[in-house]
Write a protein that binds this ligand. Structure first.
Ligand SMILES: Nc1ncnc2[nH]cnc12
Ligand SMILES: [Zn+2]
Length: 328
């Protein structure tokens, strides 16, 4: 099964680049940039990765991201992930970044984007991996701050395909950002939002009705509302599901109880993704493997999920077709 998954052509659509920061690089950058870390060793960092909620993870994730300072740091981070993609036969990626995590610390928006984009361009040329970049607003911050970030992004619009919404979900519903997302749509950005990860199905409805999302990130709590599931099926509105993340953050108690296969069999356009692989103990192939081992996903299921990853992407119909041909 491992070999089968390895050989599957795959796209990854839900991946926070800051969530690919492995402890080794975190330590190296902390030393270079003279940033104090609350850990004595790499071993201690890994031991701290024991989460009981989204927030317990986010606290460490934002602390970890503080070691990223120079353009080359963002380049090195992104390049390390793209090399992993090459190894795992991931052919196309749509990467999230959180500009406010960095601009809040005085790092210029352009430093972040230029570092990431240089790695994406190198990967296209040297590894044949295609990519898009999506910036996310932090939903625990205000709508005004999201507006400022949107404004800062405009000189780099040619590098950014879409806008997303992440961070602490409960208490920060999509409705808080309705106007800024309207502005983002007017700028031509695609729209995605984390919804229904910890928040209930009303967060998913709001993302659909108020933000007019092109995709839902996570969305696993859609199954609380049969009308919503029917809507997702009818519209083929994709969910970017992250199985290992859901179990690590206790959004799902055990992998054997994950609903991704049930949703797949019902006809929802679900995809498999790794979210923050450095923190959750596995990259994309490990997520597919967990579905096979712990949920009984068949080869047929895994092929359907891999095909969905291209269908749900922001690639053109022609490009999607080119990738889907690889399955025939
Ligand atoms: N799983 C997740 N949910 C919300 N915000 C995030 N930022 C990084 N990973 C996230
Ligand atoms: Zn996420």
């Amino acid at each position: 099964m491992k070999k089968f998954i390895q050989n599957l052509p795959k796209a990854e659509l839900h991946l926070h680049i800051e969530g690919t920061l492995e402890p080794e690089l975190m330590f190296k950058l902390a030393q270079k940039n003279e940033i104090a870390l609350p850990y004595a060793s790499i071993q201690e960092v890994r031991e701290a990765y024991n989460f009981n909620s989204l927030q317990s993870f986010l606290d460490l994730y934002y602390a970890g991201a503080s070691v990223l300072v120079e353009e080359i740091d963002f380049f090195d981070l992104t390049w390390a992930y793209l090399q992993k993609c090459k190894v795992q036969n991931i052919l196309h990626v749509e990467i999230f970044f959180d500009p406010q995590t960095h601009t809040k610390r005085g790092i210029a928006f352009g430093v972040v984007v230029r570092g990431i984009v240089k790695a994406l361009q190198k990967a296209k040329k040297e590894l044949g991996i295609s990519s898009f970049l999506i910036m996310c607003f932090l939903r625990h911050l205000s709508e005004k701050e999201a507006y400022e970030t949107l404004k800062e992004s405009l000189p780099f619009k040619h590098h950014i395909i879409g806008v997303g919404l992440d961070s602490s979900e409960v208490g920060h519903p999509p409705s808080k950002f309705e106007r800024v997302f309207k502005r983002a749509r007017q700028e031509g950005y695609k729209i995605v939002a984390h919804a229904g990860e910890e928040g209930d199905s009303s967060y998913i409805w709001e993302a659909i009705k108020l933000l007019h999302v092109n995709r839902i990130d996570h969305g696993i709590r859609c199954d609380e509302d049969a009308t919503l599931v029917d809507f997702l099926i009818e519209k083929q509105l994709a969910l970017t599901v992250c199985p290992l993340s859901n179990v690590k953050l206790c959004a799902v108690d055990e992998m054997k109880n994950h609903n991704i296969l049930k949703l797949l069999h019902q006809g929802v356009l679900v995809t498999v993704n790794s979210d923050d692989p450095a923190y959750f103990g596995g990259y994309l192939n490990e997520n597919y493997l967990a579905l096979a081992h712990d949920l009984g996903a068949s080869k047929h299921d895994l092929v359907a999920l891999a095909k969905n990853s291209f269908k749900a992407s922001f690639l053109s119909e022609e490009e999607k077709e080119k990738y889907l041909q690889l399955f025939t």
